[in-house]
Design a protein around this ligand. Structure first.
Ligand code: BGC
Length: 821
């Protein structure tokens, strides 16, 4: 990420010649190989002069690239500039139509869990719920259903999925939009989502690239005397960068993602959208990305510098944000500071995915209701009508939901993580007297967007079915847990569903509200807790909101069968987890519009939960202090424009890698989750090398870069098989997980390598007594370390330890193999 000038001399010229990106990607040895993490090593990122922009050549999209080139050759300079500069319009982001060429423009809409501004559209489970499903098919299905809805509404680009933040700190406000702090789990689900979206004819936008790990100071601020204080700088060493934060994005490029959104933060001191090392060097040269880099909204901080550093499209480009493109870009091209070749390259990059996904053929017009919804937050029609000729459909409010509600209900139920189930408390045995507690159990009280309207953020009453921000959704309906419970218990003789939904009332001393429940001795007490998170701010606590912990303690102090359900944006500490009266705990995350039905399906046993934790639940909040959110009162008052620095000193050791390395006990480990059935696994692993000629080179054989990098990174070199059996009474799904410990890298220095890292998982549905052999395919990258000196993935010499189990700490079958003797 950083060019250390003193090390330039150490690059041997041969390497530079044979691997052009090696020079530009050189990093400081002292950083990457040292535990003595030195902040001063991060004070320079290479400029566009050091890493010039590479032109796309359409690799992988040859036909579409030809069409894009023809299209671009028809454009005037004014039209070209307009096509890379956002304008006001009916969507969150808009590229203006060019009727002369039958181009109806690009409608760009949020976001990662469905149409943020869509009437009669679905609110799908959030990324964190998909991560908890550990189910690649579910990720693909959600992607394709979202695409169907976007396309039917006339939206060409879906702003998602998210792999940045990855989730370095559990307090990160946007972690829920992405998947998991584990790059492998995220990489698989991110890619499946992209494929689902793009197979449906809609462009995905992989965001936010890169190092966008906190919301606090994500954008520059101004202090009292008017000094501009820069965004936080995520300072990340090159090895951690490749092995963690870039990992999923490299796969996204391989999957052919149409666009990538550059992020608000600075990365090693340079803003994400003008970071030539990240955009030109890594994304476009090393990964061979052929699509376009779109700025996050207002993340552009320069014109010429950003364009030459790799940004291809400025969003939203409207006058309410600083305007760096538009006329400024025209001037830059006219005076030669941006070459006309570069401008044409930007356009070909924008148009290639459009033609590749056949968006030029019968793409539906924009649903006029979107312009109404958009005007609540972004552009009002008088800002663009008459100026741009958008194409609207005849009828507003077309219903695009199809039968997606059924998949949402099923996938969210299956993704629920059963953390505790004492004496088989769940599934419920048809209880007649059910007491429901907690402010998460009921309906929304403040409208159908949990984010749009002032004061609704971290709303006190109503189920937490999604988080806030652009990764939120506008509900066309939402099923609350209480509604679904009432329906399930039924209004029959002896049935009793009683509830107190106000946490404050529950916690009142000697609470009359509790006393008045008749009879108090319910068969089961269901306590619903929630934890809010949103774009623009980080979480301030990992405890459940609205005094959730106290509510559990209070109910469990008298109710011997207390079942706790959490609707939460991510990690919650659970000081009451071992309370003897807390008989079951379910982490239901952010399940989307069918929240109540999904959880009732699990509680009553219609669905056997098969979610697994996509992160670690530690014992205490401070156990995560190794990767803090950068913030302080001094920083908030600083006069130093570059004061905000977030040093990723923990390197690769985030989440379970940290807890395992330091051998710390946790409440519930990464990959953990129970089922209503039990599973067993054979002790034996079958490990098979697939190499035909018997020798595998440490470095990938040199080859022209394709999207995703050197194509041989994706060659399967080994297969590992394990057999799983359902040993219980009911059907259910197991999630066998493969963890590898690679031999240390010879250039490791003092870099602390993680052990037992996830490198495979499958969801296996089994009937009682059924068994299945699962095959994990390991490709070259899975077996490699990132070598900062050679700027290449390299397979280390020595013995690889493989373990397969049911969580990161429940490893049942082990084996070893040697790739490079
Ligand atoms: C967010 C993006 C989003 C964009 C458009 C930004 O503030 O960071 O994720 O897509 O707004 O709403």
């Amino acid at each position: 990420m950083l060019l250390a000038p003193n090390l330039l001399d150490q690059v041997n010229s041969e390497m530079v010649l044979s691997k052009p990106s090696a020079l530009v990607a050189l990093v400081s040895l002292s950083i990457t190989n040292s535990l003595a993490w030195n902040h001063d090593d991060y004070l320079h990122s290479p400029t566009a002069d050091e890493i010039p922009h590479p032109s796309a050549d359409g690799r992988g999209w040859e036909e579409a690239f030809g069409l894009a080139s023809d299209f671009v050759s028809e454009l005037t300079l004014g039209e070209k500039v307009l096509m890379v500069s956002g304008v006001h319009g009916p969507c969150v982001g808009n590229i203006a139509p060019i009727p002369r060429l039958n181009f109806t423009g690009l409608c760009i809409q949020n976001g990662p869990l469905g149409l943020e501004q869509g009437s009669y559209s679905s609110v799908f489970p959030a990324g964190v719920s998909i991560a908890a499903s550990w189910d690649k098919d579910v990720a693909y299905e959600r992607g394709s259903q979202m695409a169907a809805e976007f396309k039917a509404k006339g939206a060409h680009v879906l702003l998602g999925p998210v792999a940045g933040p990855l989730g370095r700190s559990p307090l990160g406000g946007r972690n829920f939009e992405g998947f998991s702090p584990d790059p492998y789990l995220t990489g698989e689900l991110f890619t499946q989502t992209i494929e689902g979206i793009q197979d449906g004819g809609v462009q995905a936008c992989a965001k936010h690239f890169i190092g966008n790990e906190q919301e606090t100071q994500r954008q520059p601020s101004e202090n009292e005397d008017g000094t501009k204080i820069d965004s936080v700088s995520s300072n990340i060493d090159d090895r951690t960068m490749h092995e963690l934060y870039l990992w999923p994005f490299q796969q996204a490029v391989r999957a052919g993602v149409g666009s990538v959104m550059c992020s608000y933060n600075r990365l090693n001191q340079t803003y994400g959208c003008q970071n030539s090392k990240a955009l030109n060097g890594i994304l476009k040269i090393d990964f061979g990305f052929q699509g376009y880099v779109m700025s996050d909204w207002g993340a552009t901080h320069s014109g010429v510098t950003a364009v030459n550093s790799g940004e291809d499209m400025d969003m939203p480009g409207t006058p309410d944000y600083p305007l760096f493109f538009h006329q400024n870009l025209t001037n830059a091209v006219n005076n030669g500071s941006v070459s006309s070749d570069r401008l044409d390259d930007m356009l070909r990059r924008v148009m290639a995915p459009y033609f590749h996904l056949k968006q030029d053929q019968d793409f539906p017009p924009i649903d006029p209701s979107m312009k109404e919804l958009n005007s609540v937050l972004f552009s009002t029609p008088d800002e663009y009508e008459g100026q741009f000729n958008y194409t609207f459909g005849a009828e507003p409010n077309i219903d695009v939901r199809g039968n997606h509600g059924a998949s949402i209900r099923r996938s969210a139920a299956e993704a629920t993580v059963l953390l505790k189930n004492k004496h088989g408390a769940l599934p419920l045995k048809d209880p007649k007297r059910v007491a429901v507690f907690g402010n998460d159990a009921g309906d929304f009280t403040n409208g159908m967007s949990v984010w749009w309207f002032n004061g609704v953020g971290n709303y006190e009453y109503g189920v937490m079915a999604t988080g806030g921000g652009s990764g939120s959704g506008l509900f066309s309906y939402a099923v609350s847990p209480l509604d679904a419970i009432k329906l399930r218990v039924g209004y029959t003789k002896d049935a009793l569903v009683q509830y107190v939904l106000n946490n404050t009332a529950i916690l009142e001393e000697d609470s009359p509200y509790l006393k008045a429940l008749v009879p108090w001795s319910s068969d089961v007490c269901l306590v619903f807790l929630k934890s809010w998170a949103t774009e623009s701010e980080d979480r301030t606590t990992l405890a459940s909101d609205w005094n959730g912990d106290e509510v559990v303690e209070k109910i469990a102090s008298t109710c011997a069968n207390t079942v706790v359900v959490l609707h939460s944006a991510g990690v919650n500490t659970m000081p009451w987890a071992d309370h003897p009266n807390v008989t079951a705990i379910l982490a239901a995350h952010l399940p989307g519009q069918e929240a109540g039905n999904s959880i009732v399906d699990v509680l009553w046993g219609d669905v056997n939960p098969s979610g697994r934790l996509p992160y670690t639940i530690a014992k205490n909040e401070w156990d995560y202090d190794f990767a803090p959110i950068t913030n302080s009162t001094e920083l908030l008052k600083t006069n130093d424009p570059t004061a905000w620095q977030s040093d990723f000193k923990e390197g690769a050791l985030i989440d379970y890698r940290h807890f395992n390395h330091y051998n710390k006990s946790v409440q519930y480990e990464f990959g953990y989750g129970l089922s209503y059935t039990t599973f067993n696994m054979s002790r034996k692993l079958t490990i098979t090398p697939l190499s035909t000629n018997g020798t595998i080179s440490p470095f990938p054989p040199s080859a022209p870069i394709a999207p995703g990098g050197n194509p041989s990174l994706w060659d399967t070199l080994y297969e590992i098989q394990a057999t799983v059996q359902n040993t219980g009474e009911v059907a259910g799904a197991a999630v066998p997980q493969l963890y590898l410990t690679l031999p240390p890298h010879e250039n490791q220095g003092e870099y602390v390598e993680a052990t037992n890292i996830l490198r495979g998982f499958e969801k296996v549905r089994l009937d009682p007594g059924g068994s299945k052999t699962v095959t994990f395919a390991l490709n070259r990258r899975d077996l490699s370390h990132w070598d900062v000196i050679n700027q290449e993935w390299t397979i280390p010499q020595g013995e690889v330890k493989a373990s397969v189990g049911f969580s990161s700490r429940d490893l049942r079958a082990r084996g070893t193999f040697t790739v490079i003797p």
